[in-house]
Design a protein around this ligand. Structure first.
Ligand SMILES: *Cc1c(COP(=O)(O)O)cnc(C)c1O
Length: 415
């Protein structure tokens, strides 16, 4: 068997892989759900564990030869338990979506009722959108943020829950820039005898570092993504109490998945180990400080921030008040040309559509990983403003692109 590296056997794929590293190296990754993992996590994820079948759980597998798979998975579990203070952790979900599916499958019957945040208000497809099987299998009603403030409307949620009587309330969001009061949502769930799933996909790293309040020990289930703020490589995780431990484990496997992606579980183990180091707290604090400065800078340039600012790693900008003729898609396109990669996003009270939204979402996890500080973020905010003020001006795009490259080479990634 050949053991050449990819470059020697497949130049087409090798070129694309190299292009991707170069793209990440020379552009500003500001998609709020993305981050850059360490070399160590990359190593673990591209390891020979990709060859290994390990259906089952450590010490109870359906195949032989699992001693190293067991070791790696147990490390991931132990480190996650320590990081989050969770009684039970399952590290096998292939992604955050699969983690949520496991919770629904473990606890609900088809037709049961889910109450979750509307997608255009910051929710997620896996919380019951009609295009996702969750929206088709269960009876879903959705709550919204307060259209005037952009904050969660906890009283409205309580009223809606009393009328709808859900079996499950889902909290945790994709585009919500504010601190979430888990206890308050738990109180609503208790009042209507519903289970509570807190999906911390975006803020897994902030919660691990203690810079956002933790729902672990409050909500019945906590799910997360491992590739976002926690930068532990692509995947998902479910945390719960001893009471639901067996139900969750069997809902992940064999309920919804086959063999675990052991190379990704290895990435999680390494990433969780990194997150246990004191430097990770500094990183998470800097991520939030950077988002705060980004928001302030954009506000100074006249942009309208949903909720007026941020408590976490992202800002959500409603372009309608300041740039009524520029859609989120227009802004996304012009910024990408200038080397700033983020996404058009719906905003509360959306008057366009999900394909042609009125806002943009920008996050700081990736830039903070490569060393950006508050001064850099002020520059980035200025750059974003100058592009959106003149999205069709080639000279502005070119000038911005040059400044982006300067910022990138000052803060190298994998070089
Ligand atoms: C990103 C995200 C997920 C998980 O997405 P995957 O792409 O499946 O990992 C789940 N819930 C929320 C709220 C998210 O933002």
């Amino acid at each position: 068997m050949e053991h050449d590296h990819v470059r020697a056997v497949d130049t087409a794929v090798a070129d694309a892989l190299e292009g991707e590293i170069d793209r990440q190296e020379t552009t500003l990754s500001m998609i709020a759900s993305e981050n850059h993992v360490s070399r160590a996590v990359l190593d673990a994820q591209s390891s020979a564990l990709t060859n290994k079948y390990a259906e089952g759980y450590p010490g109870a597998r359906y195949y032989g030869g699992c001693e190293y798979a067991d070791e790696v998975e147990q490390l991931a579990i132990d480190r996650a338990s320590e990081l989050f203070g969770a009684e039970h952790v399952n590290v096998q979900p292939h992604s955050g979506t699969q983690a949520n599916q496991a919770v629904y499958f473990a606890t609900l019957e088809p037709g049961d009722k889910i109450l979750s945040l509307d997608l255009t208000h910051g929710g997620h497809l896996s919380h019951g959108h009609p295009a996702n099987f969750v929206g088709q299998l269960y009876t879903v009603e959705q709550y919204e943020v307060d259209p005037d403030t952009g904050y969660l409307d906890y009283e409205g949620l309580a009223e809606q829950a009393a009328a709808f009587e859900p079996d499950m309330i889902v909290s945790g969001y994709s585009a919500y820039p504010r601190e979430v009061d888990w206890e308050r949502i738990q109180a609503v769930a208790d009042d209507v005898d519903a289970l509570h799933l807190a999906d911390i996909a975006h803020i897994t790293g902030l919660v691990a570092a203690g810079v956002h309040e933790s729902p672990v020990g409050v909500a019945d289930f906590v799910t997360g993504s491992t590739h976002k703020t926690i930068r532990a490589g692509r995947g998902g995780i479910v945390m719960t109490t001893e009471e639901f431990a067996d139900d969750i484990d069997s809902a992940v496997f064999p309920g919804g998945q086959g063999g675990p992606l052991m190379h990704n579980v290895a990435g999680k183990a390494v990433g969780f180990g990194e997150a246990l180091e004191p430097e990770f707290v500094t990183y998470a604090e800097q991520t939030v400080a950077n988002a705060t400065v980004l928001g302030e800078t954009l506000a100074e340039h006249g942009f309208s921030l949903v909720s007026g600012g941020t408590d976490n790693h992202l800002v959500l900008i409603d372009l309608r008040p300041s740039h009524p003729d520029t859609t989120g898609g227009d802004a996304e396109e012009a910024l990408e040309e200038a080397g700033i990669v983020l996404n058009g996003n719906t905003v509360p009270g959306e008057t366009r559509s999900a394909f042609n939204p009125s806002g943009i979402r920008a996050g700081t996890p990736g830039l903070t990983t490569r060393g950006f500080d508050e001064d850099d973020m002020r520059t980035v905010g200025d750059l974003i403003a100058q592009v959106i003020n003149a999205p069709d001006d080639d000279a502005v795009i070119e000038e911005t692109r040059a400044e982006v490259e300067r910022l990138c080479s000052a803060n190298p990634l994998y070089k």
